[in-house]
Design a protein around this ligand. Structure first.
Ligand code: ADP
Ligand code: MG
Ligand code: MG
Length: 893
């Protein structure tokens, strides 16, 4: 605790950029005060004071005096003293962290009221009912949030009072009723806490401040921070704000407003207003609010002033703001503002609207949107005009729109999906045993668990639609059914629709429509065609800004011409990874078997010769689809056993045949091969460059196919730009051998065809040893492509296939990971190897081309990292290309 530290700031002293110190609410109250807007005077206790309290268990020594000094000043300004009997100053004590957090104490209004000052307030306002209404609210809020009394007890007493009087609205209770209620409330406090409701106003205020500090470490607040990755040591600020009253009669009221529509971005009058009400009444839904536009009729002067203030705020914050206001007897007061939340679509629209209004420039517009929002806009969606019955709502854990038959266990999910049914796997919560079912299902629905639950983590990893924690749905796995809040029973086999983007669950089949944004990227819809395409027009413009400023190029991971063409439509500037193993499957599997089973050189050469023309044709098509753009072809990477039949199936077949005494020679050889090639840890076994070095002719066949395809494309006046990539290299010696062989083959093809090829040869950097010796490896490599999937596995020492569903949930819950390192690159570990390999590679070969082709290439945060370390390009799946383009632009802007 520093002696000169200042723990309290008057609203006139702060500003909007001091959110760390004053919290969001305090910083913006100060900003509005300094803009000259009507904010009730007050002061903010800093997050620093809270931190001292949380660390030491007591408030900083200086705090009490500082609060006293600010309270004195406030009393002077207002011309009345806190809780003074005849003319009391009342205040609210409001929590306000940097990020608003459910589960924290929010606000206690009307602090300073006591048995004495309530009479003073009644006289001063000439309104007895109002004074007693305010007092009962204080005891209720203070009792609940500061003293920890069960809020239900107060609610019940209030309900009983209305019931006795046979009225439905709290406004129908008169002063006498409220006086009685206050008595009851005080009794409840005494009975529940063993002490009287504090009558000393300063004690009320101090207790409330302490309660705000304490609420930072409430269970729900902690849980929320963990889920949202908000650091636990930020602390919260506390705002003390002089009260203004919306509950003084029909000429008073309270409301909320947005400077534009948070759903569409359109400018207009958006908000709700409630006459004769205080604080939370508007959002609590206890009485019917009126649309903000109606305020014009109710109180034209305040309405006009509010409109003017909203436009001031928008111009000042240069963004959509949301607002809380109160009108006290015709006088408008601003109680809160902040840059408002908005839907993904509105974010794009608003960003371009603000550019058109000249409020922000294109670089700023790029910061107002992000890749996650764009990804959300690209998912297919449920047709909004559908009348399907909403049966529940949970956490939107993994976006998408999934429709299928309800199943309540993994076994059924797998069985039904094998027979061609679409299923939704519904569980109370999932565990690693459910993995098969999750893979088989269209979507996953759970009634328990949050954003880091097993279901959520695994579903996001698989890109599968998931809604979790839909608590009002009661899942009964034993009886294979679920019951909704309204009692509807959904049996196994009933169709449900799950919206992973909104968390909504529907009964029956909701029709799905493709996203207009994807239609646009596919070239089936044109920007600016008509009014319905406003969103598409905004996306079009933002993408153009991003493309203009980005330095990173974006390529696609694509293995065939069809994917390549789609990737091109989505803006790919080449292929960063073509996996040749996919070309060895299907009908060609038999040829690969022949290669693996070959006993003699002749047999092997025969098998390779059969594969060559097929491979060549693949590449011709691919080079044609990507004409004029680079295509990086990776030579065969996976362990060979992946091309052989399943060991159990084969063993059974052989055993059965033996029993029948008609053994098949080929099956026997196959089985031997399967045994021979069996590995304990295939991921670390015979794969990648190792295959090329021990299976004579394999890599050279692939190189020949690439070279001949390129020559043929050139002869056809095409512009093939093939790059040959060697996987899983750990040392430069491996690469040198492959390179020598490859160069020979390329020279042969050049001689035979008379075409000059200029094929680049490079390597993946996906083993720690390769990263560490990148300087040497660069001597034999014209390019590096960081294979961050394998690099993550090998740096951490865990296999992705095995661990994501087992201990990742625990790691996320314990906060060891903020996010899976397979989703966002681990900057300190894996990232630092990438960084040093980039430097070493460039030191050896200044013009070396550097890219990344792991899943991370399409992850927003990772893209920023790759920009920062100076890669030339990222490569990702075709569908993620727009996201990568946008984020590369945001990183550069
Ligand atoms: P939250 O963060 O939950 O919105 P707030 O501190 O904004 O909590 O307060 C809750 C409600 O009480 C809001 O409607 C707010 O406008 C109202 N309120 C807060 N302080 C005052 C005050 N000094 N005078 C009148 N109403 C207030
Ligand atoms: Mg508020
Ligand atoms: Mg790899």
């Amino acid at each position: 605790e520093n002696k000169d530290q200042k723990f309290v700031y008057d609203f006139t002293e702060g500003n909007k950029d001091l959110k760390d110190l004053l919290g969001g609410k305090g910083a913006n109250l100060a900003e509005m005060t300094n803009l000259g807007l009507p904010v009730p005077p007050g002061f903010t206790i800093t997050t620093e004071a809270c931190k001292v309290y949380l660390e030491s268990g007591t408030e900083p020594v200086a705090l009490r005096d500082e609060v006293s000094a600010h309270l004195d000043a406030l009393e002077q300004k207002m011309g009345k003293k806190l809780g003074q009997a005849d003319n009391p100053l009342l205040v609210s004590v409001r929590s306000g962290a940097k990020f608003s957090m459910p589960g924290m104490m929010d606000t206690v209004l009307n602090i300073g009221l006591s048995d004495k000052s309530v009479e003073g307030l009644a006289q001063q306002a000439d309104n007895e009912r109002f004074a007693w209404d305010s007092y009962r609210r204080l005891i209720q809020m203070f009792g609940k949030t500061v003293l920890g009394v069960d809020g239900e007890l107060f609610e019940e007493a209030l309900e009983a009072a209305k019931h006795t009087k046979k009225v439905t609205s709290d406004t129908d209770l008169d002063a006498a009723d409220l006086k009685k209620l206050v008595k009851q409330f005080k009794k409840i406090v005494k009975a529940e806490t063993g002490r009287d409701f504090p009558q000393d106003p300063r004690e009320q205020m101090d207790l409330a401040i302490k309660a705000v500090f304490d609420s930072w470490n409430g269970d729900r607040a902690k849980l929320y921070r963990r889920q949202e990755r908000i650091p636990h040591d930020l602390g919260t600020a506390v705002n003390v704000c002089s009260m203004v009253f919306g509950n003084l009669g029909p000429d008073s009221g309270t409301g909320v407003a947005f400077t534009r529509d948070p759903a569409s971005g359109h400018q207009g009058v958006y908000g709700d207003y409630l006459q004769n009400a205080q604080g939370e009444d508007v959002v609590a839904g206890i009485r019917n609010t009126v649309p903000l536009a109606d305020l014009e009729q109710i109180d034209k002067k305040s309405y006009d002033q509010l409109m003017e203030i909203m436009s001031t705020l928008e111009t000042h914050y240069k963004d959509l703001c949301d607002i809380e206001f109160t009108i006290e007897r015709g006088q408008l007061w601003m109680l809160q503002t902040r840059v408002g939340k908005r839907t993904a679509g509105a974010a794009f629209r608003i960003a371009t609207q603000l550019v058109d209004q000249g409020l922000i420039d294109e670089a700023e517009a790029l910061q107002r949107v992000n890749g996650a929002q764009l990804a959300q806009l690209m998912f297919p969606r449920f047709d909004e005009s559908s009348k399907a019955e909403l049966i529940g709502r949970g956490i939107a854990a993994s976006p998408g729109a999934a429709v299928g038959k309800a199943v309540f266990d993994s076994y059924t999910a797998v069985k039904w999906s094998r027979s061609g049914e679409k299923v939704i796997l519904i569980r109370r919560e999932t565990n690693p045993d459910d993995l098969d079912g999750m893979i088989a299902a269209e979507g996953i629905l759970t009634s328990r668990g949050g954003k880091t639950s097993h279901a959520a983590v695994v579903a996001r990893g698989m890109g599968k639609t998931c809604v979790c924690g839909a608590e009002e749905l009661e899942v009964d796995t034993k009886r294979r059914r679920m019951t909704t809040a309204s009692g509807t029973v959904i049996e196994e086999g009933d169709v449900v629709s799950v919206d992973g983007s909104t968390g909504k669950v529907y009964l029956g089949e909701v029709p799905v429509v493709p996203s207009p944004v994807v239609e646009y990227f596919e070239g089936r819809m044109h920007a600016g065609a008509d009014d319905a395409d406003e969103l598409v027009a905004a996306v079009h413009r933002i993408m153009a800004y991003a493309d203009r400023v980005r330095r990173l190029r974006v390529r696609a991971n694509a293995d065939n011409a069809e994917d390549a063409l789609r990737a091109r439509r989505f803006g790919a500037q080449g292929i960063g990874l073509c996996r040749t193993e996919h070309m060895f499957l299907g009908e060609r599997r038999e040829m690969v078997e022949k290669l693996i089973l070959a006993d003699t050189d002749e047999e092997r050469d025969e098998a390779l010769a059969a594969l060559l023309p097929q491979q060549k044709q693949d590449f011709i098509e691919l080079f044609e689809a990507m004409d004029g753009l680079p295509v990086t072809v990776r030579l065969l990477d996976p362990p060979l056993h992946e091309f052989l039949p399943d060991i159990t199936e084969l063993s059974v077949r052989v055993a059965l045949a033996e029993a029948r005494e008609d053994s098949n020679e080929n099956d026997l050889r196959l089985l031997q091969a399967v045994h021979r090639l069996h590995e304990q840890n295939p991921m670390l076994g015979l794969r990648g460059v190792r295959l090329g070095l021990v299976i004579p002719g394999l890599f050279t066949m692939q190189v020949r196919a690439i070279a001949e395809a390129a020559a043929e494309r050139k002869n056809a006046k095409g512009d093939p730009r093939a790059e040959i990539m060697i996987p899983l290299v750990g040392t430069v010696q491996e690469l040198e051998i492959v390179r020598e062989d490859a160069e020979k083959v390329i020279a042969e093809v050049e001689a035979a065809t008379g075409v000059e090829l200029k094929l680049a040869l490079g390597t993946m950097i996906e083993l720690p040893r390769a990263a560490v010796t990148a300087g040497q490896i660069a001597e034999a490599a014209e390019f590096f492509s960081f294979g961050t999937n394998d690099l993550t596995q090998t740096v951490w020492g865990f296999s992705r296939d095995d661990v994501e569903a087992s201990f990742f949930t625990a790691y996320l819950e314990k906060g060891i990971f903020g996010v899976s390192p397979f989703e966002t690159i681990d900057k300190e570990g894996v990232g630092s190897l990438v960084r040093s390999a980039v430097q070493a590679g460039r030191a050896t070969r200044p013009d070396i081309k550097l890219g990344v082709c792991g899943e991370h290439g399409g992850d927003p945060e990772s893209v920023h990292f790759f920009h920062e370390v100076g890669l030339d390009y990222v490569s990702c799946s075709p569908f993620r290309i727009p996201v990568a383009r946008l984020e590369a632009g945001r990183a550069a802007a």
